[in-house]
Design a protein around this ligand. Structure first.
Ligand SMILES: Nc1ncnc2c1ncn2[C@@H]1O[C@H](COP(=O)(O)O)[C@@H](OP(=O)(O)O)[C@H]1O
Ligand SMILES: [Mg+2]
Length: 360
């Protein structure tokens, strides 16, 4: 018997407790989860109302169509910084150290300022997703950049319905300035900014933006794209696009595999080299049939290109034909082979085993 003659029913108490737990769970998984993850970064919450975090409202899911819209915006905004710094001619060039092969790993103000814009735009819109970026994020120099929740018409036209996935299955990869070496040499056509979204490690969304020609390619696997493959490719004597500053033994490997008649096109930037395989209207863009890389490379350099190729029916794998998983470690060891509208596995079989030949 309770005081003052009120009797508590055990069923009523149980229902009350369950309701309480439900309210707490809802608060934690949605609103608070988003805020905690930003605070964990040393960041501020993204603000409320229409421009607040996109993931928070759904309690742990994100809409890939919204992620695509923010990724395009981030690549363009980052690209504005890249262009502004290059046009100022004050690059504040530094070395982050050396690559395994002994090349300078460079960084400029263009990389840093683009990274800041791209990272905070994505982090504010999607506070609960994992974001991996090439450059260090300075928590003391953060910026809250709000997304207006507008999905551009070209995306709405291609992708008619939202595509929800659990926020915890998503890994975002940002390259705030691809082809930094060429950027310092003022070889502007090679420079891109890139965003990639992987779901359970599989590349699903890719954006490659060329800041100096203001061209943007995007694609979503099983969604849509604003770019397509060319109508024909030369599989027998392919034009092969390769690195100009991290080449390793790539030319020898290409000529040994496809013969001495093969044309080798040295170029900067992994984003630029993927675009070379596609039907891109930009006049400064060279065209190739295959992209081969033999040295170590990082996932932010290749994830967006991998997603775009996959969305268009192409392939990007290691040289031994393995799919690349975009979670966990930053780098991949087995080189790269990218193709579209070709028999990719037949190409893999043609290539020498790099570990055996020591061709890296
Ligand atoms: N052996 C290596 N080690 C580290 N990074 C490499 C690399 N080979 C290529 N990369 C990176 O991959 C991108 C494309 O390389 P490349 O232009 O030589 O084809 C460049 O990215 P960033 O410019 O973003 O640093 C480059 O630094
Ligand atoms: Mg890069």
């Amino acid at each position: 018997m309770a005081p003052m003659g009120i009797r508590l029913s055990p069923l009523g108490v149980a229902v009350f407790c369950l309701l309480g737990l439900g309210v707490l769970y809802h608060l934690y998984s949605g609103f608070l989860a988003g805020r905690f993850s930003l605070f964990g970064l040393g960041g501020e919450p993204g603000g409320g109302g229409a421009a607040g975090p996109a993931a928070a409202a759904d309690g742990g899911t994100v809409d890939l169509r919204e992620m695509l819209a923010v990724s395009v915006l981030a690549a363009v905004r980052g690209g504005d910084e890249v262009r502004r710094v290059r046009e100022s001619n004050v690059l504040h060039e530094k070395s982050k150290g050396k690559t395994r092969e002994g090349a300078e790993d460079k960084m400029t103000s263009g990389d840093v300022l683009s990274n800041r814009k791209m990272f905070y735009l994505l982090k504010t819109a999607f506070p609960s997703v994992q974001i991996n970026t090439e450059e260090h994020v300075d928590a003391a120099d953060q910026e809250v950049i709000l997304w207006d929740h507008k999905i551009p018409e070209d995306i709405l036209k291609e992708i008619a319905t939202p595509k929800e996935v659990p926020a915890e299955s998503v890994t975002v990869w940002i390259d705030p300035l691809d082809a930094t070496q060429e950027y310092t040499e003022d070889l502007r056509k090679y420079v891109t900014t890139m965003v990639c979204v992987a779901v359970n490690g599989k590349p699903v969304l890719g954006v490659i933006h060329k800041p100096f020609s203001e061209y943007t390619a995007w694609a979503m696997v099983d969604g849509g794209s604003n770019v397509k493959a060319r109508t024909s490719y030369n599989e027998k004597t392919p034009r092969i696009i390769v690195s100009r500053s991290h080449s390793g033994m790539v030319k020898q490997v290409a000529l040994q595999t496809f013969g001495n008649q093969t044309t080798i096109i040295p170029a900067g930037g992994a984003g630029y080299k993927v675009l070379a395989l596609l039907d891109v209207p930009d006049k400064s863009q060279e065209k190739a049939d295959l992209y081969i890389h033999v040295t170590y490379i990082k996932k932010w350099d290749i994830c967006a290109g991998n997603a775009i190729l996959k969305a268009l029916g192409g392939h990007m794998t290691t040289l031994s034909g393995e799919e690349i998983s975009y979670t966990g470690s930053d780098g991949i060891e087995g080189g790269l082979l990218a193709s579209i509208r070709m028999n990719h596995q037949a190409l893999v079989r043609k290539l020498p085993d790099l570990d055996k030949t020591g061709h890296k």
